[in-house]
Design a protein around this ligand. Structure first.
Ligand code: ATP
Ligand code: MG
Length: 569
């Protein structure tokens, strides 16, 4: 197949789009792969569409190889089904809702557990029907609070979602293992560097769950890896072992002392003012738990991980305080919050803390008055922690929960998620199989997602360089970008080469535009095909130049053998 750039629907841009912050987003727009329609909503242009389809093809091949069968659900779904599972409510504002002319509520599917469960219930009834794995490659809708990074976090995006249905837990584990190995093959074939990490299962409930993360500085997920053993986990799922300080004597500390600390509303300003490390201070985040104000204390060098906090307090609802909440409660002194009791008399709120704030530990913390902090504030003596929660962020160097060696902390893009759902949805919809003994067996399920459109950007993010995109061979829109420069027979020679390449099964992009060599070279680098073949001056010697886009390495090759060389590689 030959595609001629003179006819290709493409305009490359020299300037980065104003709204793009991450490299893959800038390059996918500049190279003419995607165009923005609205926040988090993109059009796939010809080159982008080919890559998207190539990624989907790899996903389909590996899903088929583990026995998955492809179906396709609508995106437009009735409210009742999601009402029954509780997710019409639970999804909150992330769900796109709409109403038809008869006044019935509908939604645009964010994920399809309910629909698959009902489909299997509809058609299968006997234990002989199981196990079964169904999947789809389908457009999903989520009204993300912060759509960004182009197609990495869209409000409309393509997901492969699959669902396994099994008769017992052991069979579920087998289906889960099949998916994990399929995912490893998929991400390897996509040319991604990835890590499989322990995860939290979020809204879905369920137990065992892992995420596939593509390490990358702009990733929104943070994960830890042990320096010694193979432990790796999303920080949301890490349970850090807490130092044993219970032996400390609460009374051994000097008495609590209130200090004047003008203009120190942040940990940084406070630590600098008093000349103490941030880890010696106690940071207190005020939140509303089902509407009631709670302070959550963590050592000052850490943050409260709000995701972990929500999970720890679920099903209670956690909200951050708004400025209006402070206006309504003058006893809550922003920037100078401390545990109630830390300054003698105090405000009224509940106090939860990280286990590091153990009884007997002493802290510098807010005195609940403007410009005042207190020191020698001792847990168990000057204040009481009503509840301990493991919700502090993990820091690089924290001990591995499995072996105690230091953990490293990195960022990654979540490209896939697998989890053992168990019987949550089967219970909701009464999905049973009739067993051989005539008794019903409740089906147990797994749910598995891959961000197909996000994976395109993740590959771009990991592989691109300063000059442009740089696709791995398996998913590039074309195998060869053929660039004739000069007019002394080069266009004709390039045309002939293109024909031969196409006949040899190579997918060729031929730059037949009447533009300068410089423009052609810059575009070839920007578009990112794995191999660039330059038909230039060396043609007189019967040679062309072959450039490896990834390494930048250039070599001469003979016109009469280059096609067979490339077809064989
Ligand atoms: P995230 O934490 O990034 O929002 P999620 O946990 O909501 O992801 P899942 O519900 O597990 O994601 O969806 C399965 C996969 O779909 C994810 O692993 C991710 O690759 C992809 N995905 C999820 N949300 C988006 C989005 N807004 N845009 C593009 N891809 C997405
Ligand atoms: Mg999400």
């Amino acid at each position: 197949m030959i595609t001629r750039m003179s006819a290709l629907f493409l305009r490359t841009l020299r300037e980065d789009p104003a709204d793009a912050e991450v490299p893959s987003h800038k390059l996918l727009v500049r190279a003419g792969y995607i165009r923005r329609v609205a926040a988090g909503i993109y059009t796939w242009l010809p080159l982008g569409k080919i890559v998207l389809e190539n990624v989907a093809r790899v996903v389909r091949e590996e899903m088929d190889a583990i026995g998955g069968q492809e179906v396709l659900f609508p995106a437009l779904l009735p409210r009742e089904v999601y009402e029954a599972s509780g997710r019409w409510e639970a999804y909150g504002p992330d769900l796109f809702r709409l109403r038809d002319r008869k006044g019935s509520d509908l939604l645009l599917g964010p994920t399809h557990e309910e629909m698959f469960t009902l489909l299997v219930k509809d058609l299968y009834s006997s234990y002989r029907d199981y196990p079964v794995i169904l999947y789809q490659v389908q457009t999903k809708y989520r009204d993300e609070p912060r759509p960004r990074s182009g197609v990495i976090r869209g409000r409309e995006f393509v997901m492969k979602d699959s669902y396994s249905f099994d008769l017992d837990d052991e069979a579920l584990r087998a289906s889960y293992e099949l998916h994990r190995s399929a995912y490893e093959r998929i991400f390897t074939r996509l040319g991604l560097d990835f890590r499989t990490v322990a995860a939290m299962s979020g809204l879905m409930g369920g137990s065992a769950s892992e995420e596939f993360l593509a390490p990358c500085p702009i990733g929104e997920d943070t994960f830890v890896q042990c320096s010694t053993c193979d432990y790796a986990a999303n920080v949301e799922a890490v349970q850090v072992s807490v130092p044993d300080v219970s032996a400390q004597d609460a009374l051994a500390h000097p008495p609590l002392e209130v200090l004047e600390t003008p203009g120190t509303p942040t940990i940084e300003t406070l630590a600098a003012f008093l000349g103490v490390p941030a880890s010696a201070t106690l940071k207190n985040l005020l939140v509303k738990v089902d509407g009631e104000v709670v302070a959550v204390g963590v050592p000052g060098d850490r943050e409260v991980d709000v995701g972990k906090l929500e999970a720890a307090l679920a099903p209670a609802r956690v909200d951050l305080l708004e400025p209006a909440d402070f206006d309504a409660r003058p006893d809550l002194v922003k920037g100078y919050v401390g545990p109630p009791g830390a300054s003698g008399s105090g405000p009224a709120f509940r106090y939860y803390a990280d286990p590091r704030i153990a009884v007997g530990t002493a802290w510098v913390t807010g005195a609940n008055r403007p410009d005042r902090h207190a020191r020698h504030v001792v847990a168990g003596r000057d204040f009481v922690v009503e509840r301990y929660l493991d919700v502090a962020t993990v820091l690089s160097g924290d001990p591995c929960p499995r072996c105690g060696s230091p953990l490293s902390v990195d960022r990654g893009i979540e490209i896939g998620h697998i989890f053992q759902l168990g019987r949550r949805f089967a219970d909701t919809f009464g999905l049973d199989a009739l067993g051989s003994d005539g008794h019903p067996i409740r089906i147990t399920m797994g749910s598995y997602g891959i961000g197909v459109s996000r994976a395109v950007a993740a590959v771009a993010e990991q592989s691109a360089d300063a000059a442009g995109l740089c696709w791995p061979a398996g998913i590039a829109p074309f195998d060869v970008h053929l660039v004739p420069v000069g007019r002394a027979g080069q266009p004709e020679a390039a045309e002939q080469l293109a024909q031969k390449m196409a006949a040899a099964g190579l997918r060729v992009l031929l730059d037949d535009r009447p533009v300068s060599a410089g423009v052609k070279f810059a575009d070839a680098d920007l578009l990112g095909m794995p191999t660039i073949v330059i038909v230039g001056k060396a043609l007189i010697e019967g040679q062309v130049e072959v450039k490896d886009r990834r390494t930048g390495e250039r070599r001469r090759a003979r016109v009469d053998t280059v096609v067979s060389e490339l077809a064989a590689s």
